[in-house]
Design a protein around this ligand. Structure first.
Ligand code: AMP
Ligand code: MN
Ligand code: MN
Ligand code: MN
Length: 287
């Protein structure tokens, strides 16, 4: 299959920190010309059957998806899984364990924000949460914007929710090897999400790619809403250097917040192997 397919293999629904239902995302992807779609909620696959059914009803091919939070070199790294069995028991258990600390972390974020004069942020953020097991920083950001503390969510992250800021609570997520194993043993492919976003040194980034490969990881996002055009070229070269297949996804969260809409990215560079080639057998075909 060619790199020219309009595939969008990274986005979020209300099952994690997006604002649209799986069905509304499917409709939006289809309307925007997406031919192969994956919903990749953070640490959660509860939306998969709904997303697959909605894609099928629209005549759009579908890959199961997830975005797992991982701690690597004291940094949070995201690993996307594609084409796995959505009923796999080990993956389901691993994701439940990964989600487990989010409630306590959120209460601590609320307590820290209270110390800088923002009251009831935990209760406020909860009003934006659809899945009680998945309260994220994005829900705090939405609350702080609507309560008038900041102009937009980007400003909330810059002032409050990132390292060194008063509402940042460090957290231990899954281990890289575990996340990759859960995905692979469920029949899927592990993909490094938006590698340009991490604050890793060159040595740490090399270690991430090497260890990811050793654990059985096979893909990397090259064209994503989180990368600049210059970064597409950097990670196209990395994909070739490490022998990884390339993925493409908007990382769409919400019509009002996301800069890149579903299906609106440039094509993958032609010299790369797209992830949908080795995943061909795992695609849920609508026709
Ligand atoms: P969490 O998993 O709770 O740490 O939340 C991570 C999510 O916060 C990411 O998936 C993004 O959706 C969002 N996020 C992280 N950094 C930023 C930022 N600088 N601006 C806007 N959203 C961000
Ligand atoms: Mn997110
Ligand atoms: Mn991410
Ligand atoms: Mn994402």
């Amino acid at each position: 299959m060619s790199t020219l397919l309009n595939a969008d293999l990274h986005c979020h629904s209300v099952v994690s920190d997006g604002t649209l239902s799986p069905e509304a995302l499917a409709a939006r992807a289809h309307a925007n010309g997406v031919q192969l779609w994956a919903l990749t909620d953070h640490d959660e696959i509860r939306g998969q059957h709904r997303a697959a059914a909605a894609a099928r009803a629209l005549g759009m091919d579908y890959l199961t998806g997830v975005e797992i939070s991982v701690t690597f070199a004291d940094t949070t790294v995201h690993i996307v899984g594609l084409g796995f069995d959505a009923d796999d028991a080990q993956l389901t258990r691993g994701l439940a364990a990964t989600r487990d600390g989010r409630g306590d972390r959120a209460r601590e974020i609320g307590a820290q924000l209270a110390r800088v004069g923002i009251r009831d942020a935990y209760e406020g953020a909860l009003c934006y949460v659809d899945n009680p097991e998945l309260i994220s920083r994005t829900h705090f950001a939405r609350y702080l914007v609507d309560a008038g503390y900041c102009r937009d969510t980007t400003e909330v992250f810059r002032k409050y929710l990132t390292e060194g800021k008063p509402g940042f609570v460090p957290h231990r997520w899954a281990r890289l090897g575990h996340a990759v194993r859960w995905i692979c043993e469920a029949g899927g492919m592990a993909v490094i999400a938006h590698p340009a976003r991490y604050r890793l040194t060159a040595n740490e980034e090399y270690a991430l790619f090497s260890e990811f490969k050793q654990h059985g990881g096979q893909g990397v996002e090259v064209v994503t809403g989180s990368h600049s055009c210059a970064e597409y070229a950097v990670y196209a070269a990395m994909a070739q250097e490490f022998g990884l297949a390339a993925s493409r996804g908007s990382d769409f969260h919400s019509p009002g917040e996301s800069h890149t809409d579903l299906g609106a990215l440039p094509n993958l560079p032609a010299q790369l192997t797209p992830v949908w080639q080795p995943l061909a057998e795992r695609i849920l075909r609508a026709h």
